[in-house]
Write a protein that binds this ligand. Structure first.
Ligand SMILES: [Mg+2]
Length: 348
């Protein structure tokens, strides 16, 4: 007999952060997320997270809750393994939460880790750690803490005033010298600002490995990539497979940041394949997620394999950890080798 979806339940997942997480578009002081529980008719349970981030793309917790609830009603009685025909919400965060819960349940039912569902290429992935928009002294403290945790890649948020941004980056790099550096402006700059920041950093001998979403427009990404002679990643601009194809046609970037919260979990799979077919390198990223959402993303990246960059660090910024299973190890390692089935993470 076919396994069917018995019920899907939706609730809030609120978790305070240790410090406000500031990006160019604003700061977030807590994860105001959505938790979805999917139960199959044989009793198997799966969990999924949606992490709306108004400062990133304007999506709110209230919108995500109501979209997930509508989907929950529509999916009752659906075939649990027929993931190609699930009717999932348009709101990408809600879609991410619902698809993750259903695929967690389905792969638990099959007795395989979620990463095997996605191809099973790898078992481990190592994340960078982000320094948000903070004062230079705080950035230096953060950089020392990151180095002490064994992580050698810093992703530093910029996209505000160039002078302040340069001070933050230089202070962090002085505190953790020879770290690999990625910049993320979250679409906060004009091309001229982005080029000024690059020139300022280079005058101090600091060379970023990657510049993520320096400007809002694709033409700006292309200009920074050409004139700045720096690899550019698209994040905000890469929110669908067709957007990724437009980025390729415009030669606007080198890397695409794949985020489950922009695309849904199955949409992230599709977008990653399109991006790879276009010749892009891939980053796996996220919004302000607990280990539930981020470990699901780690399964996707490990399953497909060969992601060049991983930015799955926000569980480390939460004041309380609402999840159990798959701790983030020293050096920023997600080790999925011991996960027997599903994601391997569930609420405490
Ligand atoms: Mg980004």
């Amino acid at each position: 007999m076919r396994t069917r979806v018995r019920r899907i339940t939706v609730g809030r997942l609120d978790a305070p952060m240790k410090e406000p997480f500031g990006i160019a578009g604003g700061a977030q002081t807590r994860a105001a997320n959505v938790l979805v529980r999917a139960e199959l008719d044989d009793g198997t349970v799966g969990w999924g997270e949606g992490a709306p981030m108004p400062a990133f793309n304007g999506v709110t917790q209230a919108q995500t809750l109501s979209a997930a609830r509508a989907a929950a009603a529509a999916l009752r009685g659906a075939a649990a393994g027929a993931w190609g025909s699930w009717k999932t919400p348009r709101n990408a965060c809600a879609r991410a939460a619902v698809e993750t819960a259903l695929l967690d349940a389905w792969t638990r039912r099959l007795g395989i880790p979620l990463r095997v569902f996605f191809g099973g290429a790898e078992e481990r992935i190592t994340t960078d750690i982000t320094i948000p928009i903070v004062a230079p002294e705080k950035a230096a403290d953060a950089a020392r803490g990151i180095r002490a945790f064994g992580v050698r890649t810093l992703k530093i948020k910029v996209g505000k005033r160039v002078q302040d941004d340069a001070a933050r980056v230089l202070s962090a790099m002085a505190a953790a010298p020879s770290s690999k550096l990625m910049l993320d402006a979250n679409a906060g700059y004009s091309p001229a600002d982005a080029l000024r920041l690059l020139a300022r950093l280079r005058s101090e001998g600091v060379e970023p490995e990657l510049f993520e979403q320096p400007t809002p427009a694709m033409a700006g990404l292309r200009e920074v990539r050409r004139k700045g002679r720096v690899p550019v990643a698209a994040d905000e601009s890469a929110d669908s497979p067709s957007a990724v194809m437009r980025l390729a046609a415009a030669t606007a970037c080198d890397v695409v940041n794949i985020k489950v919260m922009k695309l849904g979990l199955l949409g992230a799979l599709e977008t990653a394949r399109v991006a790879r077919a276009c010749g892009f390198s891939l980053m796996i990223g996220g919004l302000v997620e607990t280990r539930l959402g981020m470990t699901a993303a780690a399964h996707l990246a490990c399953g497909l394999g060969r992601f060049a960059y991983a930015d799955l660090d926000t569980p480390l910024f939460l004041a309380e950890d609402p999840m159990r299973g798959v701790p983030i190890g020293r050096g920023g390692v997600y080790d999925l080798s011991k996960v027997r089935s599903g994601i391997g993470v569930s609420p405490r």
